[in-house]
Ligand binder design. Structure first.
Ligand SMILES: [Cu+2]
Length: 71
């Protein structure tokens, strides 16, 4: 199992969180998506996670991935 944390800019409410969750959950291998609005982070857990696909999914939802957060 992998875990990747992204810093995502532009998320402001539950609708933003839901939009990101919907897109990212559709990426292969993803088992958990946890959006933290105050920290502006998105945590993704799963197996065989593809960083490029996850970033694309977040951008497709309409948000910018600023960086990956070291944990
Ligand atoms: Cu919103």
């Amino acid at each position: 199992m992998n875990r990747i944390d992204y810093r995502v800019t532009g998320m402001s409410c539950g609708h933003c969180a839901a939009a990101i969750k919907k897109q990212v959950t559709a990426v292969g291998g993803v088992t958990l998506v946890d959006v933290h609005l105050e920290r502006q982070t998105v945590r993704v857990e799963g197996s065989g996670l593809d960083d490029a696909l996850l970033r694309a999914a977040i951008e497709e939802a309409g948000y910018q991935v600023a960086q990956t957060v070291d944990t």
